[in-house]
Design a protein around this ligand. Structure first.
Ligand code: EPZ
Length: 421
């Protein structure tokens, strides 16, 4: 298994271009199953999770061609069948459950392995399932599988009891080809959902209210294949801004939608960093006085849970105290013991981490436990004294395209090496 060796202490400088959004691309690739003709997706990040979802749709009968160098994915979906998706694929990626919406809409049947828990929490799919039940599907759980069946999905009004990105995406995909009108209440407002909705509308769907907590969908008979460009990855952008911040460097990110990271920009300014934005770039630079602050993760447009670990790494070296409260996932502090190994002063009380700023971090061998916890370790390594060795870096391969290349471009000394098996 490969490891990263990162030499800390260098101020980041320069500019990089942000890749396409993983969490928008995943449902969009699955939604292409419903298109008649060849879908051409641009700005698709070449990531492990993307290659996995492509295998998932191939297992259902889609033909694909992924030009990984150009980030263009072509998908032709004909004769889509409710085939069994190998458990090996599902177990590595929860987003496989996204095939339920399109499969139910196209074939009236969907058999999918029930995703298990994962490193950040239990992550049930009950909201997806009760939403499909509200639309007329019969669902049984047996032998670790979800089996859903319906003659034809029917429009319904369904209020989600919790804001769920995944359930909103899945139900929206099912509803576009359903009979009649569906209203999703308390729906997710994340930009990834808006991007999926825009893609579906470009194919001929009738979705209103994207970006609000009430999405209305009038079912249509057919969707046509289109060419579409995936929006920029706001979590990748946020991670790099935080990386620039922890080194007190000055960097510029291109291909960003600043509005998508509004809550992060607000927090960074509160900490004392200087931020400049244009329509599609963000620049960060330090100021003399940098201070800790109060952070609470909430659904969009609030502070994203996916940046909670990286911002905590930054807080470890700011003056004063930062508190970080995680309200979305119950087990998303696995980076804390690793950051402590690097000298951070962090106490956990319930779902709040209290971070007392230390003068500096010191390099230590550490291990990634999930994608964003891994990002936190990389951020910490950039500021630590010495060379940090990070293991289990396959986690960051899932969500950060060309990570070592982009960090090198900003002046970081980073090596990817073969570690022990
Ligand atoms: C998406 O996960 C993202 N994944 C996650 O990004 C992100 O952390 C999360 O949204 C929150 O923003 C993808 O888009 C592929 P949810 P998702 O359904 O859809 C509970 C990353 O690092 N819930 O919005 O699975 C759930 O347990 C990943 O890129 C139910 O109780 O998240 C959680 O507490 C990790 N029942 C909360 O809702 C359900 O049926 C929000 O989860 C569904 C969810």
């Amino acid at each position: 298994m490969d490891i990263y060796k990162i030499k800390g202490g260098k101020k980041l400088s320069g500019e990089i271009t942000i890749s396409g959004a993983k969490n928008a691309a995943l449902p969009i690739i699955v939604a292409s199953l419903m298109a008649d003709g060849e879908t051409v997706l641009h700005n698709v990040p070449n990531l492990m999770d993307i290659r996995t979802i492509v295998k998932v749709i191939e297992a259902l009968g889609a033909k694909t061609h992924f030009d990984q160098a150009k980030n263009i994915l072509k998908i032709t979906a004909q004769n889509i069948k409710n085939n069994e998706i190998p458990y090996e694929l599902v177990k590595t990626m929860r987003a496989s459950v996204y095939v339920m919406g399109p499969l139910l809409a196209l074939t009236g049947e969907a058999d999918v392995s029930l995703p298990g828990g994962c490193a950040i929490g239990e992550r049930p799919v009950d909201i997806h399932l009760s939403g499909f039940e509200a639309m007329g599907a019969k669902i049984i759980l047996e032998h670790g599988n979800i089996r859903a069946k319906t003659k034809k999905l029917k429009g319904a009004t369904y209020k989600m009891n919790k804001v769920s990105v995944g359930a909103t995406a899945n139900l929206m995909m099912g509803a576009v080809l359903a009979e009649g009108k569906t209203i999703l209440e308390n729906s997710a407002m994340e930009p990834d959902i808006v991007d999926l909705g825009n893609f579906l509308n470009a194919m001929g769907a009738k979705i209103d209210g994207l970006g609000t907590d009430k999405i209305e969908i009038d079912g249509v008979k057919k969707l046509n294949a289109v060419s579409y460009s995936i929006m920029p990855d706001r979590i990748e952008a946020g991670t790099f801004l935080i990386a620039g911040a922890i080194t007190k460097g000055s960097i510029t990110l291109k291909n960003v939608v600043p509005e998508h990271i509004g809550a992060l920009l607000y927090t960074l300014k509160e900490m004392g960093f200087k931020i400049k934005t244009t329509k599609d770039t963000v620049s960060i630079s330090p100021s003399q006085k940098l201070l800790g602050t109060i952070i609470r993760t909430v659904p969009y447009p609030g502070f994203p849970t996916d940046l909670q670990a990286p911002i905590m790494a930054l807080a470890t070296i700011l003056s004063g105290i930062t508190t970080v409260t995680e309200t979305i996932f119950e087990n998303r502090f696995t980076h804390v013991p690793e950051l402590r190994r690097m000298g951070a002063d962090i106490t956990i009380e319930g779902n709040t981490a209290i971070i007392r700023g230390v003068k500096s971090l010191s390099a230590a061998p550490v291990m990634m436990s999930d994608l964003r916890a891994g990002a936190a370790l990389i951020v910490a390594a950039l500021a630590a004294k010495g060379t940090t060795e990070i293991r289990r870096i396959y986690h960051s391969d899932r969500g950060y395209e060309k990570l070592p290349e982009k960090l090198s471009q900003l002046g970081v000394s980073i090596k990817r090496e073969k570690g022990e098996a």
